[in-house]
Design a binder for this molecule. Sequence first.
Ligand SMILES: [Zn+2]
Length: 110
Amino acid sequence: MGMTHLEFLYGARIYGCKHCNAHFATIESMVSKAFQGQHGRAYLFGGVVNVREGDPNERQMTTGVHIVRDIFCVKCDEQVGWKYDRAYEVSQRYKEGKFILEREMIKTVE
Ligand SMILES: [Zn+2]
């Protein structure tokens, strides 16, 4: 059992865990704000840190079938969004390898 090593981000705006303040992503890595999560609005990011990825599973979404993994804060283990492993629709392929963070689960941190 070891201590969780947390990465710290630097940027104009940092999004982090609402529960424990762990840093997740910078505004520079935000791809879109126009996503829908399980708890309302969600953001798409090109990269996030300090998350643990769950097992892949197939999910039917309004934009088609995707292979996704739920992602969890490494510090407090809250589920904060998901990662797109694969999209079957060609028009949705840009999401592959990117991450959704639910707005309800994050906040701006310093
Ligand atoms: Zn957390």
